[in-house]
Design a protein. Structure first.
Length: 197
């Protein structure tokens, strides 16, 4: 049987693509493995950053918070119990830090900027304009939702968290997530419908 060995000089991107599970990376991080920490960071930092930016509405603050999140992971990896996915654990830490930072910030106001949708280069100008109009309408409607409903929509649709994972991140029952999702979608439909006529 032939074994494949990785050269000692393997880069972080090459290791990030390796099939190591997040759980095994956390175990290695708990043992002080810096390379495992780099791989975990490479896999998750963009997603966690986007989530935090949507909460604090300020990129520089989000960058600082991401550093704190991954520093906590480094320090607390041995406390990870595996009751949820590592990504859910990361989102929970990030959410707590972001909400704490937002509470500390006196000028916390609703920011109606949500990531613009990326136009498909194969779309013709009319389709691109229609998508842009729909995107703007949806972004505007999202700003009209309560903070709880926006947070549910963000986690479930933009971060593709399951109902159970969203419940763990928010620290609420799964039934509450479903209820908030129902009312958030209902409110979005009401907000978008009159504009369509």
């Amino acid at each position: 049987m032939t074994s494949i060995t990785r050269p000692a000089s393997a880069s972080v991107p090459a290791l990030a693509a390796a099939p190591s599970s997040d759980e095994s990376l956390i175990k290695r991080i708990a043992g002080g493995d810096k390379l495992a920490m780099q791989v975990l960071y490479a896999r998750h930092h963009v997603r966690v950053f986007r989530f935090v930016v949507r909460i604090v509405h300020e990129e520089s603050m989000a960058e600082d918070l991401i550093s704190e999140v991954f520093l906590d992971v480094w320090r607390q990896a041995d406390r990870f119990e595996g009751r949820s996915a590592v990504s859910t654990w990361l989102m929970s830490i990030a959410r707590f830090k972001a909400l704490s930072a937002r509470r500390r910030r006196k000028d916390a106001e609703l920011d109606d900027k949500i990531e613009a949708t990326i136009a498909d280069p194969s779309d013709d100008p009319a389709v691109t304009l229609e998508k842009k109009n729909q995107s703007e309408l949806l972004r505007h409607a999202l700003t009209k939702l309560s903070a709880e409903h926006r947070e549910i929509i963000d986690l479930v649709y933009y971060h593709e968290q399951s109902v159970d994972e969203t419940a763990q991140v928010l620290g609420i029952p799964a039934a509450t997530v479903k209820t908030r999702m129902f009312y958030a979608r209902k409110k979005l439909a009401e907000l978008v419908q009159p504009e369509a006529h």
